[in-house]
Design a protein around this ligand. Structure first.
Ligand SMILES: O=C([O-])CC(=O)C(=O)O
Ligand SMILES: [Mg+2]
Length: 591
């Protein structure tokens, strides 16, 4: 066992291992039973056909009043349903009508979660058909409030909770999950939920929400998605005192205790689901996020949404914005407020793309990008005391304390906020941007809306409609000087569903930076002339499934080119192939 784990850490591929080895279950032997050694416990699974009352209580198969006469006969449903037979379209109309009556966003969230637990296909049908209306309900901003109050609103637990109590038993815990074949895991430890900070175990709303989007936006089947929350405690005093808190009542475990639990999880996942399961890290605090990505990037198929997904979506917006601003990427100057996962991740991907375009070394292109953190502009005199992920950005400059002074000193063409702190792009900051840019580009990325650096209305009114604005959480269109401006939503939700689909359909075994550039390019390519006319640098979410297929195809193509794809032969038309793989929530007929 020890040697197997070591091989896994050292990056040995399951493909070149002895087929009788204990790792790699998940290819054919989905239960891992044939490959289990005597010291590994196996679960005695049984399956039966759901019928009658059980069928109505099974969210995977339940269709409510949509069961036909024939199905009602064949599946022992007579008498369990009122006589009316209702189409899925009418059910959808009814639920939307009811949802719209709720004034409080959290009530809509709870109604959607109830629907997901009751009738999965109807839930996804609603989400796909009404994506622009429902994204703010199941995702940012409402999901943030839901996590803050998760203990109070929780009815039926969703996802898998792995706490310190499960140490040494994580493989068994994974086997408790009802589905054996998993392709995408979104995992959080709840330490940095959106810009809301440490929400401990209640961060579960995030993996659940992200995976709902994997299915609705990226077409990954819900049955192969697994939301996970790792509970190592919380440092949120308010939650520790909250009688309804659902997590471990202790301060966060750190150091060896933390990394051992995470390592057990990573090994158990690979052992149980194989080499090709995608593990998406979500909303970890900076120090752990960078470390986990570096540590497992060479042995597992891992993707950090906050570092890499956000980087890819912002690069796409930046590239699209060039059409409105003019000039090349390398001619821009960037200033970031926030030097954490998002800030440094975006900065690095922009520098990489600049370097590819101009053939200049990365060390040179990084000099076009400046970051401000809580202590002011990151400059070389601060280098010694900087965390390692900030060191690349310590350029020669005298110290500058405030964002406003940094804007005046650096004169960026694009200003990007990613610090998780709201209202930091003040009128003075935005006006300064407008004083030396004809079209100042402003990204207010922090989530949820309460943490946004400024509002869309502020950005447009303070620049007299000249700003090109995008934000992490949605804002409504704004009228300014008689013209309507549509702010873009620069959220990783544009990227991760298609990105993950691309990895899954190509059977990729590792993530490579070039795949991030590929997904960015695909997204930027989807912005139409009519979008640009409204100042919009992202395509509307209403086209997201088509966009996801384009992203998936570009990512898969890169996986094949790099020799990281295992699903062979390579399909001739990857866009068509991606589309053909996507889950559709239309009801199935039962025999
Ligand atoms: O969840 C979102 O809306 C975007 C994101 O990853 C974050 O803010 O951490
Ligand atoms: Mg996140």
């Amino acid at each position: 066992m020890e040697s197997t784990l070591k091989e896994m850490r050292d990056g040995a591929s399951v493909l070149d291992m002895d087929p009788k080895s204990t790792v790699g279950g998940g290819v054919e032997d989905v239960y891992g039973e044939d490959r289990a050694t005597e010291d590994i416990l196996v679960t005695p699974w049984t399956f039966s056909v759901a019928s009658g009352y059980t069928l109505l209580r099974d969210p995977h198969h339940n269709k409510g009043l949509s069961f036909t006469e024939k199905e009602r006969d064949a599946h022992y449903l007579r008498g369990l349903l009122p006589p009316a037979i209702v189409s899925q379209a009418l059910q959808e109309k009814k639920v939307m009508h009811n949802l719209r009556k709720y004034q409080v966003p959290l009530q809509r969230y709870m109604a959607m979660m109830d629907l997901q637990e009751r009738n999965e296909r109807l839930f996804y049908k609603l989400l796909i058909d009404n994506v622009e209306e429902l994204l703010p309900v199941v995702y940012t901003p409402t999901v943030g409030e839901a996590c803050q109050k998760y203990g109070s609103i929780l009815r039926r637990p969703q996802g898998l909770y792995i706490s310190l109590k499960e140490k040494g038993k994580i493989l068994e815990v994974l086997k408790n999950w009802p589905k054996k074949s998993i392709q995408v895991i979104v995992v959080t430890d709840g330490e940095r939920i959106l810009g809301l900070g440490d929400l401990g175990c209640q961060g579960m709303g995030i993996p659940v929400g992200k995976l709902a989007l994997y299915t609705a936006l990226g077409g990954i089947r819900p049955s192969v998605c697994l939301p996970v929350t790792i509970d190592v405690g919380t440092n949120n005093e308010q939650l520790l005192k909250d009688e309804f808190y659902i997590g471990l009542r202790q301060r966060r475990a750190t150091g060896q205790e933390y990394s051992e639990l995470l390592h057990e999880f990573m090994c158990a996942v690979k052992q149980n689901y194989g080499e090709k399961v995608l593990i998406q890290f979500e909303d970890f605090a900076n120090h752990n996020a960078f470390e986990l990505l570096a540590k497992y990037g060479t042995t597992h198929l891992v993707f950090n949404d906050d570092i890499q997904g956000t980087a890819s979506v912002v690069l796409a917006g930046v590239v699209a914005a060039l059409k409105l601003v003019g000039g090349t990427l390398a001619e821009q100057t960037f200033l970031f407020l926030g030097a954490g996962e998002a800030g440094t991740g975006i900065a690095e991907l922009i520098a990489l793309e600049m370097s590819k375009q101009t053939k200049a070394p990365l060390e040179e292109t990084r000099k076009k990008i400046w970051l401000v953190d809580s202590k002011g502009l990151i400059v070389s005199s601060r280098k010694e005391s900087l965390q390692h992920f900030k060191k690349h950005w310590a350029h020669e400059h005298e110290p500058v304390k405030t964002l406003l002074d940094a804007v005046k000193a650096i004169k960026p063409t694009m200003l990007i906020g990613s610090s998780g702190v709201g209202q930091t792009f003040t009128k003075e900051v935005v006006e300064a941007m407008a004083s030396f840019n004809e079209r100042p580009v402003i990204f207010a990325l922090s989530n949820p809306t309460s943490q946004s650096e400024c509002t869309a209305e502020e950005a447009y009114s303070w620049t007299k409609g000249r700003a090109i604005f995008a934000s992490g959480s949605p804002f409504d269109p704004v009228e300014c000087n008689g013209k309507v401006f549509v702010p873009g939503q620069s959220n990783n939700a544009y990227i991760f569903p298609g990105f993950g689909l691309g990895l899954v359909i190509s059977g990729a075994i590792r993530v490579h930076d070039d795949m991030l550039l590929a997904s960015s390019e695909a997204l930027a390519g989807q912005v139409a002339e009519e979008n640009f006319e409204k100042g919009l640098i992202y395509p509307p979410f209403s086209n997201i499934r088509k966009i996801s297929a384009e992203i998936a195809a570009n990512v898969a193509a890169k996986a094949y080119d790099l020799g990281l794809a295992t699903r062979l032969p390579r399909p001739a038309n990857l866009v068509k192939y991606a589309e053909s793989c996507m889950y559709s929530p239309v009801y199935r007929s039962y025999r």
